[in-house]
Design a protein around this ligand. Structure first.
Ligand code: ADP
Ligand code: MG
Length: 357
Protein backbone atom coordinates (compact mmCIF):
# COMPACT_ATOMS: atom_id res chain seq x y z
CA UNK A 1 0.00 0.00 0.00
CA UNK A 2 2.74 2.34 1.06
CA UNK A 3 4.51 1.66 -2.21
CA UNK A 4 1.36 2.38 -4.19
CA UNK A 5 0.84 5.63 -2.34
CA UNK A 6 4.44 6.61 -3.10
CA UNK A 7 3.97 6.03 -6.81
CA UNK A 8 0.75 8.01 -6.70
CA UNK A 9 2.48 10.91 -4.95
CA UNK A 10 5.43 10.84 -7.36
CA UNK A 11 3.10 10.84 -10.35
CA UNK A 12 1.22 13.79 -8.94
CA UNK A 13 4.49 15.59 -8.34
CA UNK A 14 5.61 14.95 -11.90
CA UNK A 15 2.30 16.16 -13.27
CA UNK A 16 2.57 19.30 -11.17
CA UNK A 17 6.14 19.93 -12.32
CA UNK A 18 5.08 19.45 -15.94
CA UNK A 19 2.20 21.88 -15.46
CA UNK A 20 4.54 24.50 -13.98
CA UNK A 21 7.03 24.02 -16.85
CA UNK A 22 4.14 24.33 -19.32
CA UNK A 23 3.00 27.57 -17.76
CA UNK A 24 6.54 28.93 -17.84
CA UNK A 25 6.88 28.01 -21.49
CA UNK A 26 3.87 30.17 -22.38
CA UNK A 27 1.23 27.51 -21.75
CA UNK A 28 1.16 24.12 -23.50
CA UNK A 29 -2.52 24.23 -24.32
CA UNK A 30 -2.61 27.67 -25.90
CA UNK A 31 0.77 27.41 -27.63
CA UNK A 32 0.49 29.62 -30.73
CA UNK A 33 -0.12 27.85 -34.00
CA UNK A 34 0.33 29.26 -37.47
CA UNK A 35 -0.17 28.40 -41.11
CA UNK A 36 1.95 30.10 -43.73
CA UNK A 37 2.11 30.09 -47.51
CA UNK A 38 3.91 31.96 -50.27
CA UNK A 39 2.15 32.25 -53.61
CA UNK A 40 2.51 34.16 -56.86
CA UNK A 41 -0.61 36.12 -57.72
CA UNK A 42 -1.52 39.55 -59.07
CA UNK A 43 1.91 39.74 -60.65
CA UNK A 44 3.73 39.60 -57.33
CA UNK A 45 4.95 37.27 -54.58
CA UNK A 46 2.60 37.16 -51.59
CA UNK A 47 3.26 35.68 -48.16
CA UNK A 48 0.29 34.92 -45.94
CA UNK A 49 0.68 34.03 -42.27
CA UNK A 50 -2.38 33.15 -40.23
CA UNK A 51 -2.08 32.49 -36.52
CA UNK A 52 -4.18 31.37 -33.61
CA UNK A 53 -4.69 28.52 -31.19
CA UNK A 54 -5.98 25.86 -33.60
CA UNK A 55 -3.69 24.59 -36.35
CA UNK A 56 -6.43 23.10 -38.52
CA UNK A 57 -8.48 26.32 -38.37
CA UNK A 58 -5.44 28.41 -39.32
CA UNK A 59 -4.73 26.10 -42.27
CA UNK A 60 -8.35 26.12 -43.40
CA UNK A 61 -8.48 29.93 -43.30
CA UNK A 62 -5.21 30.09 -45.20
CA UNK A 63 -6.59 27.80 -47.92
CA UNK A 64 -9.70 29.97 -48.20
CA UNK A 65 -7.54 33.10 -48.38
CA UNK A 66 -5.44 31.70 -51.24
CA UNK A 67 -8.57 30.67 -53.14
CA UNK A 68 -10.07 34.14 -52.64
CA UNK A 69 -6.92 35.86 -53.93
CA UNK A 70 -7.04 33.89 -57.19
CA UNK A 71 -10.74 34.59 -57.52
CA UNK A 72 -10.25 38.35 -57.05
CA UNK A 73 -7.41 38.26 -59.54
CA UNK A 74 -9.69 36.61 -62.10
CA UNK A 75 -12.40 39.22 -61.50
CA UNK A 76 -10.40 42.45 -61.21
CA UNK A 77 -7.26 41.97 -63.30
CA UNK A 78 -6.95 44.24 -66.33
CA UNK A 79 -5.18 41.56 -68.37
CA UNK A 80 -7.22 38.44 -67.56
CA UNK A 81 -9.69 37.94 -70.41
CA UNK A 82 -12.38 36.64 -68.02
CA UNK A 83 -12.30 39.67 -65.75
CA UNK A 84 -14.99 42.29 -65.27
CA UNK A 85 -12.41 44.99 -65.98
CA UNK A 86 -11.47 43.35 -69.27
CA UNK A 87 -15.15 43.11 -70.21
CA UNK A 88 -15.73 46.82 -69.55
CA UNK A 89 -12.59 47.74 -71.51
CA UNK A 90 -13.66 45.67 -74.50
CA UNK A 91 -17.34 46.63 -74.61
CA UNK A 92 -16.81 49.46 -77.09
CA UNK A 93 -18.53 51.96 -74.81
CA UNK A 94 -21.62 49.81 -74.09
CA UNK A 95 -23.08 49.12 -70.65
CA UNK A 96 -21.46 46.01 -69.18
CA UNK A 97 -22.67 43.79 -66.38
CA UNK A 98 -20.17 43.26 -63.55
CA UNK A 99 -20.19 41.38 -60.24
CA UNK A 100 -21.57 43.22 -57.23
CA UNK A 101 -18.14 43.10 -55.64
CA UNK A 102 -16.63 44.83 -58.66
CA UNK A 103 -19.27 47.56 -58.34
CA UNK A 104 -18.34 48.07 -54.70
CA UNK A 105 -14.63 48.32 -55.44
CA UNK A 106 -15.37 50.74 -58.28
CA UNK A 107 -17.57 52.90 -56.07
CA UNK A 108 -14.91 53.30 -53.40
CA UNK A 109 -12.15 53.77 -55.99
CA UNK A 110 -14.13 56.47 -57.80
CA UNK A 111 -14.78 58.16 -54.47
CA UNK A 112 -11.02 58.25 -53.81
CA UNK A 113 -10.36 59.53 -57.35
CA UNK A 114 -12.73 62.42 -56.59
CA UNK A 115 -11.32 63.10 -53.11
CA UNK A 116 -7.77 63.23 -54.53
CA UNK A 117 -8.97 65.41 -57.43
CA UNK A 118 -7.78 62.89 -59.95
CA UNK A 119 -4.29 62.22 -58.56
CA UNK A 120 -5.67 58.71 -58.34
CA UNK A 121 -7.39 57.97 -61.63
CA UNK A 122 -8.51 54.43 -62.37
CA UNK A 123 -8.70 55.24 -66.08
CA UNK A 124 -4.93 55.86 -66.40
CA UNK A 125 -4.58 52.54 -68.23
CA UNK A 126 -3.98 53.87 -71.77
CA UNK A 127 -0.84 55.59 -70.42
CA UNK A 128 0.26 52.53 -68.43
CA UNK A 129 -0.05 50.51 -71.65
CA UNK A 130 1.70 53.06 -73.88
CA UNK A 131 4.75 53.17 -71.59
CA UNK A 132 4.90 49.36 -71.75
CA UNK A 133 4.30 48.67 -68.06
CA UNK A 134 1.81 45.93 -68.84
CA UNK A 135 3.83 44.12 -71.52
CA UNK A 136 7.37 44.86 -70.36
CA UNK A 137 8.08 46.32 -73.80
CA UNK A 138 9.06 49.70 -72.43
CA UNK A 139 9.10 52.88 -74.53
CA UNK A 140 8.99 56.65 -74.01
CA UNK A 141 6.01 58.21 -75.85
CA UNK A 142 6.64 61.64 -77.38
CA UNK A 143 4.88 64.84 -76.29
CA UNK A 144 2.03 64.67 -78.78
CA UNK A 145 1.31 61.09 -77.87
CA UNK A 146 1.31 62.02 -74.17
CA UNK A 147 -1.19 64.81 -74.83
CA UNK A 148 -3.47 62.40 -76.66
CA UNK A 149 -3.10 59.88 -73.84
CA UNK A 150 -3.90 62.33 -71.05
CA UNK A 151 -7.05 63.37 -72.94
CA UNK A 152 -8.21 59.75 -72.59
CA UNK A 153 -7.79 59.72 -68.80
CA UNK A 154 -10.78 60.94 -66.78
CA UNK A 155 -12.41 58.83 -64.10
CA UNK A 156 -15.43 61.20 -64.14
CA UNK A 157 -16.49 59.66 -67.47
CA UNK A 158 -16.90 56.25 -65.87
CA UNK A 159 -20.61 55.59 -65.30
CA UNK A 160 -21.88 53.21 -62.64
CA UNK A 161 -25.42 51.87 -62.41
CA UNK A 162 -25.38 50.04 -59.08
CA UNK A 163 -29.08 49.04 -59.26
CA UNK A 164 -28.55 47.28 -62.58
CA UNK A 165 -24.99 46.11 -61.78
CA UNK A 166 -23.78 47.89 -64.90
CA UNK A 167 -20.68 49.89 -65.81
CA UNK A 168 -19.93 51.99 -68.88
CA UNK A 169 -16.85 53.78 -70.14
CA UNK A 170 -16.28 55.60 -73.47
CA UNK A 171 -14.73 53.22 -76.00
CA UNK A 172 -11.39 55.03 -76.29
CA UNK A 173 -10.85 54.84 -72.52
CA UNK A 174 -9.75 51.96 -70.29
CA UNK A 175 -10.19 51.01 -66.67
CA UNK A 176 -7.40 49.66 -64.42
CA UNK A 177 -7.88 48.77 -60.76
CA UNK A 178 -4.18 47.96 -60.30
CA UNK A 179 -3.74 50.82 -57.83
CA UNK A 180 -6.35 49.46 -55.39
CA UNK A 181 -6.79 45.70 -55.99
CA UNK A 182 -4.11 44.42 -53.62
CA UNK A 183 -5.30 46.72 -50.87
CA UNK A 184 -8.90 45.63 -51.37
CA UNK A 185 -7.76 42.01 -51.32
CA UNK A 186 -6.21 42.69 -47.90
CA UNK A 187 -9.59 43.94 -46.64
CA UNK A 188 -11.33 40.81 -47.91
CA UNK A 189 -8.76 38.50 -46.32
CA UNK A 190 -8.91 40.37 -43.02
CA UNK A 191 -12.66 39.74 -42.92
CA UNK A 192 -12.07 36.03 -43.61
CA UNK A 193 -9.65 35.86 -40.70
CA UNK A 194 -12.04 37.71 -38.39
CA UNK A 195 -14.87 35.35 -39.30
CA UNK A 196 -12.71 32.40 -38.20
CA UNK A 197 -12.16 33.87 -34.73
CA UNK A 198 -14.58 31.46 -33.03
CA UNK A 199 -12.71 28.48 -34.42
CA UNK A 200 -9.36 29.56 -32.98
CA UNK A 201 -7.87 31.99 -35.51
CA UNK A 202 -6.74 35.17 -33.82
CA UNK A 203 -4.25 37.02 -35.97
CA UNK A 204 -2.68 37.37 -39.39
CA UNK A 205 -0.10 39.23 -41.37
CA UNK A 206 -0.86 39.23 -45.07
CA UNK A 207 2.00 40.51 -47.15
CA UNK A 208 0.49 41.03 -50.57
CA UNK A 209 3.74 41.90 -52.27
CA UNK A 210 5.39 44.40 -49.90
CA UNK A 211 3.38 47.29 -51.32
CA UNK A 212 0.20 46.14 -49.51
CA UNK A 213 0.38 44.61 -46.06
CA UNK A 214 -2.71 43.80 -44.03
CA UNK A 215 -2.53 42.95 -40.34
CA UNK A 216 -5.23 41.40 -38.19
CA UNK A 217 -4.95 41.66 -34.42
CA UNK A 218 -1.52 41.67 -32.82
CA UNK A 219 1.29 39.12 -33.06
CA UNK A 220 0.53 35.91 -31.14
CA UNK A 221 2.54 37.25 -28.18
CA UNK A 222 0.30 40.29 -27.95
CA UNK A 223 2.80 42.82 -29.32
CA UNK A 224 2.14 44.93 -32.45
CA UNK A 225 3.23 43.77 -35.89
CA UNK A 226 6.47 45.41 -37.02
CA UNK A 227 6.48 46.47 -40.67
CA UNK A 228 9.74 47.42 -42.35
CA UNK A 229 9.65 50.60 -44.44
CA UNK A 230 12.01 50.20 -47.35
CA UNK A 231 14.61 52.80 -48.18
CA UNK A 232 13.59 53.82 -51.72
CA UNK A 233 17.23 54.53 -52.51
CA UNK A 234 18.69 51.29 -51.15
CA UNK A 235 18.13 47.71 -50.22
CA UNK A 236 17.52 48.04 -46.49
CA UNK A 237 14.69 49.16 -44.25
CA UNK A 238 14.96 52.77 -43.19
CA UNK A 239 12.32 52.49 -40.53
CA UNK A 240 9.92 50.26 -38.69
CA UNK A 241 6.24 50.87 -38.20
CA UNK A 242 4.29 49.17 -35.43
CA UNK A 243 0.68 48.42 -36.29
CA UNK A 244 -2.25 46.45 -34.94
CA UNK A 245 -5.34 45.61 -36.98
CA UNK A 246 -4.36 47.98 -39.76
CA UNK A 247 -3.33 48.03 -43.37
CA UNK A 248 -0.13 49.52 -44.76
CA UNK A 249 0.22 50.52 -48.41
CA UNK A 250 3.36 51.74 -50.13
CA UNK A 251 3.85 53.31 -53.55
CA UNK A 252 7.29 54.08 -54.85
CA UNK A 253 9.16 54.84 -58.01
CA UNK A 254 11.62 52.09 -57.12
CA UNK A 255 9.06 49.27 -57.27
CA UNK A 256 8.62 48.92 -61.01
CA UNK A 257 10.59 50.97 -63.48
CA UNK A 258 12.84 51.02 -66.53
CA UNK A 259 15.70 53.25 -67.57
CA UNK A 260 16.20 55.02 -70.89
CA UNK A 261 18.51 57.89 -71.85
CA UNK A 262 19.85 58.02 -68.31
CA UNK A 263 16.38 58.62 -66.87
CA UNK A 264 14.27 56.39 -64.69
CA UNK A 265 10.61 55.92 -65.63
CA UNK A 266 8.26 54.28 -63.15
CA UNK A 267 4.79 52.76 -63.15
CA UNK A 268 2.96 55.47 -61.23
CA UNK A 269 1.46 57.86 -63.73
CA UNK A 270 0.51 61.49 -63.24
CA UNK A 271 -2.94 61.48 -64.91
CA UNK A 272 -2.45 65.15 -65.84
CA UNK A 273 0.60 64.46 -68.02
CA UNK A 274 0.21 60.72 -68.77
CA UNK A 275 3.90 60.42 -67.80
CA UNK A 276 5.49 58.93 -64.67
CA UNK A 277 4.73 61.19 -61.71
CA UNK A 278 7.72 63.32 -60.70
CA UNK A 279 6.64 65.02 -57.52
CA UNK A 280 9.90 65.00 -55.59
CA UNK A 281 8.89 61.87 -53.70
CA UNK A 282 10.66 58.52 -53.88
CA UNK A 283 8.08 56.66 -51.84
CA UNK A 284 4.92 57.06 -49.77
CA UNK A 285 3.46 54.72 -47.17
CA UNK A 286 -0.11 55.04 -45.92
CA UNK A 287 -1.55 53.44 -42.78
CA UNK A 288 -5.28 53.06 -42.25
CA UNK A 289 -8.00 50.64 -41.25
CA UNK A 290 -8.85 50.10 -44.92
CA UNK A 291 -6.45 48.30 -47.24
CA UNK A 292 -8.21 49.68 -50.30
CA UNK A 293 -7.81 53.24 -49.03
CA UNK A 294 -4.14 52.66 -48.16
CA UNK A 295 -3.44 51.36 -51.64
CA UNK A 296 -5.33 54.09 -53.49
CA UNK A 297 -4.09 56.89 -51.28
CA UNK A 298 -0.44 55.85 -51.45
CA UNK A 299 -0.62 56.03 -55.24
CA UNK A 300 -2.40 59.41 -55.06
CA UNK A 301 -0.01 60.93 -52.50
CA UNK A 302 2.95 59.81 -54.61
CA UNK A 303 1.46 61.78 -57.51
CA UNK A 304 0.71 64.84 -55.32
CA UNK A 305 4.12 65.17 -53.68
CA UNK A 306 4.98 66.13 -50.11
CA UNK A 307 3.39 69.55 -49.85
CA UNK A 308 0.07 68.75 -51.50
CA UNK A 309 0.06 65.32 -49.88
CA UNK A 310 0.48 66.82 -46.41
CA UNK A 311 -2.29 69.33 -47.16
CA UNK A 312 -4.51 66.49 -48.32
CA UNK A 313 -3.90 64.69 -45.02
CA UNK A 314 -4.77 67.86 -43.07
CA UNK A 315 -7.96 68.53 -45.00
CA UNK A 316 -9.30 64.95 -45.09
CA UNK A 317 -9.61 63.79 -41.48
CA UNK A 318 -12.66 61.75 -42.52
CA UNK A 319 -10.35 59.38 -44.42
CA UNK A 320 -8.64 58.56 -41.14
CA UNK A 321 -5.17 57.75 -42.44
CA UNK A 322 -1.55 58.50 -41.59
CA UNK A 323 1.42 58.66 -43.95
CA UNK A 324 5.19 58.46 -44.29
CA UNK A 325 6.73 60.48 -47.12
CA UNK A 326 10.29 59.83 -48.31
CA UNK A 327 11.59 62.54 -50.61
CA UNK A 328 14.04 62.12 -53.48
CA UNK A 329 16.80 63.54 -51.27
CA UNK A 330 16.06 60.99 -48.55
CA UNK A 331 14.23 63.34 -46.17
CA UNK A 332 11.54 61.60 -44.12
CA UNK A 333 8.25 63.22 -43.07
CA UNK A 334 5.57 61.49 -41.04
CA UNK A 335 2.10 62.62 -40.08
CA UNK A 336 1.51 63.34 -36.38
CA UNK A 337 -0.43 60.13 -35.72
CA UNK A 338 2.66 58.00 -36.41
CA UNK A 339 4.98 59.73 -33.96
CA UNK A 340 4.82 56.89 -31.45
CA UNK A 341 4.65 53.98 -33.88
CA UNK A 342 7.40 54.85 -36.40
CA UNK A 343 11.10 54.60 -35.66
CA UNK A 344 14.23 54.72 -37.78
CA UNK A 345 16.37 51.59 -37.97
CA UNK A 346 19.95 51.63 -36.68
CA UNK A 347 21.62 52.41 -40.01
CA UNK A 348 19.39 55.43 -40.51
CA UNK A 349 19.41 56.83 -37.00
CA UNK A 350 21.02 60.09 -38.05
CA UNK A 351 18.33 60.88 -40.60
CA UNK A 352 16.04 63.71 -39.65
CA UNK A 353 12.33 62.98 -39.37
CA UNK A 354 9.88 65.86 -39.72
CA UNK A 355 6.57 65.38 -37.95
CA UNK A 356 3.77 67.00 -39.94
CA UNK A 357 1.05 68.71 -37.90
P1 ADP B 1 1.82 48.61 -56.93
O1 ADP B 1 0.90 48.03 -57.94
O2 ADP B 1 3.25 48.45 -57.23
O3 ADP B 1 1.46 48.21 -55.56
P2 ADP B 1 0.39 51.11 -56.83
O4 ADP B 1 -0.57 50.64 -55.84
O5 ADP B 1 0.95 52.47 -56.61
O6 ADP B 1 1.63 50.17 -56.98
O7 ADP B 1 -0.37 51.06 -58.21
C1 ADP B 1 0.28 51.30 -59.40
C2 ADP B 1 -0.52 50.69 -60.53
O8 ADP B 1 -1.74 51.41 -60.69
C3 ADP B 1 0.21 50.82 -61.83
O9 ADP B 1 0.87 49.62 -62.13
C4 ADP B 1 -0.90 51.13 -62.82
O10 ADP B 1 -1.49 49.93 -63.26
C5 ADP B 1 -1.89 51.89 -62.02
N1 ADP B 1 -1.66 53.35 -61.97
C6 ADP B 1 -0.54 54.06 -62.25
N2 ADP B 1 -0.72 55.37 -62.00
C7 ADP B 1 -1.98 55.50 -61.54
C8 ADP B 1 -2.77 56.59 -61.08
N3 ADP B 1 -2.29 57.83 -61.03
N4 ADP B 1 -4.03 56.33 -60.67
C9 ADP B 1 -4.52 55.08 -60.69
N5 ADP B 1 -3.85 54.01 -61.11
C10 ADP B 1 -2.58 54.21 -61.52
MG1 MG C 1 -1.77 51.88 -54.77
Amino acid sequence: MAVDKGIFRRTRCLALAAAVACALLSGCRSEPKQAKSTIFAMDTVMTLTICGTDQAACQQTLDQAVERIYQLERTLSVTSQDSDVYAVNHAGGAWTEVAQETQEVLERAVYLCGATQGALDITAYPAVLAWGFTSGEYRVPDRQELERLSARIDYAKLELDPAGGLVRLPGEMALDLGAVTKGYTGDVLARLVEQARDSGVTCAILDLGQSSIQTVGTKADGTPWRIGIQDPAGEGYLGVLEVTDQAVGTSGGYQRYFEADGQRYWHIIDPGTAAPARSGLAGVTVVSGSGLDCDGLSTALFVMGLEDGADFWRTHPELNFEAIFVSDDGAVSITAGLEDSFSLTQNYETREVTVLQ
